[in-house]
Write a protein that binds this ligand. Structure first.
Ligand code: TRP
Length: 360
């Protein structure tokens, strides 16, 4: 992989809102990168279950089930709880506290003009009636990240505006409370006394995978997704549906169409994707059906070990095993997050006394 950072164990944080099963877009956009990173970095993977309540507050059972399912998908993909820390957002109180402090540093209009928030209000059809907590999640996401003081945040392209806001608030905090001058370059904030490194987004190999409709990005809610847990036959059926509009193996095909984007994402044998795309664009006797058959094979080869690992958690005791992993990870996470909160409060003149809540 590309060399990222210099320290051998720089910290990484990223997360997912539990909204259902993961699909291939998640895999190539983000999961794949996490798998590479967990061997080289101190990784924290956050279950943003609080955020799920921003649009589904009246469906707590569904959110709980989705939270467990997403961990099963992570584990199935190869996220290894021995190497990486799985964090449950709602059991890290420092995140909620930091959210308040950060909310004081981020202009209201900056949140409301965040393009990802705007798009979501649109695509989720939230209209005018979304709760106060919906835009607030973007502030909360700054706290999710900064509680761990990471250097890197691997995310999909749509999350970049959130990371920008996080970078803004990290810098602002360091300037307002830690005496970091506003000319100090971001990579020097910590050595200049800032609590927070200014973290950087890392966008995955495939920033945007189209859905099988060939139009919009792959998304569960658009019904155009191939899920990591789909059976081989289901994968085949869905790949066959990828729409291109091309008629014959000798038609010159568009090397950027949805099918070719899938080829780029999933045909990984060296040179093979380029070869297919070359022949496709020349109309060199290569039918869509031909390409699709090869694609089905490649995707199923990728998913086979994922399905096998997932099966271990699908039986009896699976949920308990997952909850234990979440519990252990969250315990480790709270050590770091509490440390961050104490550092931040210290700088804010809030270090009146050591907090002892009298609970064990
Ligand atoms: N908002 C992210 C998403 O929907 C999930 C998320 C929550 C996240 N907190 C995070 C991602 C912190 C990266 C870092 O995909």
């Amino acid at each position: 992989m590309t060399k990222i950072g210099t320290a051998s164990r720089a910290r990484v944080l990223t997360g997912d809102t539990p909204t259902g099963r993961l699909h291939l877009g998640h895999y190539v956009g983000s999961i794949e990168r996490r798998l590479e990173m967990q061997d080289h970095y101190e990784c924290y993977f956050l279950l943003a279950n609080m955020h799920a309540f921003t649009t589904r507050a009246e469906k707590p059972e569904e959110i709980r089930a989705d939270t467990i399912e997403i961990v099963k998908d992570w584990l199935a993909c190869g996220i290894d709880p021995e190497k990486s820390t799985v964090v449950l957002q709602t059991e890290v109180p420092a995140i909620a506290e930091l959210s308040w402090f950060f909310a004081m540093l981020i202009p209201f209009n900056r949140v409301m003009n965040n393009p990802t928030i705007k798009t979501e209000i649109d695509t989720k059809g939230l209209g005018e009636s979304y709760p106060f907590g919906f835009p607030l999640y973007a502030v909360g996401q700054c706290a999710d990240i900064l509680a761990f003081r990471p250097e890197w945040v691997p995310v999909g392209e749509d999350q970049v505006p959130h990371i920008e806001m996080c970078r803004f608030v990290a810098g602002k905090f360091n300037q307002v409370y830690c005496g970091v001058g506003n000319r100090v370059p971001e990579e020097k904030h910590v050595e200049s006394g800032g609590v927070f490194p200014v973290p950087k987004a890392l966008v995955g190999r495939i920033a945007r995978l189209p859905g099988i409709d060939g139009k919009q990005k792959m998304s569960k809610s658009l019904g155009n997704a191939i899920f990591l847990s789909d059976a081989p036959e289901e994968v085949k059926r869905k790949v066959q549906k990828i729409y291109t509009g091309r008629q014959s193996p000798t038609d010159k095909g568009d090397p950027q169409n949805a099918l070719m984007q899938f080829v780029d994402a999933f045909i990984r044998a060296p040179g093979r994707a380029a070869e297919i795309k070359g022949r496709y664009s020349r109309g060199d006797n290569i039918g869509d059906g031909h390409v699709k058959a090869e694609l089905v094979e490649a995707i199923n080869a990728l998913l086979e070990p994922i399905r096998a690992r997932r099966a271990k958690y699908e039986g009896q005791g699976g949920d308990d095993a997952v909850i234990e992993i979440i519990k252990q990870g969250t315990r480790r996470a709270n050590i770091i997050a509490e440390e961050t909160l104490a550092m931040a409060k210290g700088k804010m003149g809030l270090g009146f006394f050591d907090r002892r809540l009298g609970i064990s």
